[in-house]
Write a protein that binds this ligand. Sequence first.
Ligand SMILES: Cc1cc2nc3c(=O)[nH]c(=O)nc-3n(C[C@H](O)[C@H](O)[C@H](O)COP(=O)(O)O)c2cc1C
Length: 251
Amino acid sequence: MDHNQLYHAIFRRKSVRRYNPSPLDEKDLMEIENLLGKLEPLYPEIKTKFKVVSTEMIKTRMMKKAPHYLLAFSEKKEGYLENVGFMLQQMDLYLSQWGFGTCWQGIPKPRKEVLESSFLNYVILLTMGKPQEALHRDITEFKRKNIEGITDLSDGLGLLEPVRLAPSSTNSQPWYFTGDNRLIHAYCRKSNALKAILVKKFNQIDLGIALYHLKLAADHQGKSVEFTVNNEAENNPPDGYYYVMSVKVNS
Ligand SMILES: Cc1cc2nc3c(=O)[nH]c(=O)nc-3n(C[C@H](O)[C@H](O)[C@H](O)COP(=O)(O)O)c2cc1C
């Protein structure tokens, strides 16, 4: 995948929920399968599997149908949700740049035979197909918190602006970033006990998505990143947030 193209997708991608029901061409589906084997993980040691299935394999549960569904399966290990967010966001950006619509969806569920087709656990899916609504949007059309709502950093390097634009479940944008331009600490908002049961899983996926945008932003500036744990940051979260991980930005 061309990182530069993925980076530019950040500033115009949007969720697509209305699709042309006709399937993608066989050769495009093969290209997608090929890319699924090349996704970059956040945690290489966690086993994952990505699979494309068609509508009849999915209980759509009130969501509009899509011709294809890109399913993520994973081993359940510490960080697996962030890992899936990080990996599948690469497809979200890639497909958007390529001209196909996608939407992260937690509500639909694969049918039993699909769930049982892998020894790994089903995590989440992306809908996928030819869009029957606008595929892209202008930067002014993003509905997001302003930069002060997600960080106390001055973001002099512009690394967090692409993170600000990342998609999240119910557009909750549960992330917060502190530190400095060379070591950025990522936190996730805590939910009250009842809500936490429903949203914690999705919020961890959201953080993985945001961390991928951060990595792409660094790549774009010719910098590399290392994902790490910082004990001081872990022990000093901002009020109402829990620690996720830290990102070392190397020039
Ligand atoms: C983990 C996750 C789960 C989501 N689940 C749903 C869903 O079940 N149904 C839906 O219509 N949109 C779902 N979304 C899409 C979000 O609502 C959408 O990304 C957010 O409102 C921001 O809009 P944008 O993607 O157009 O930037 C989900 C997004 C994420 C990241």
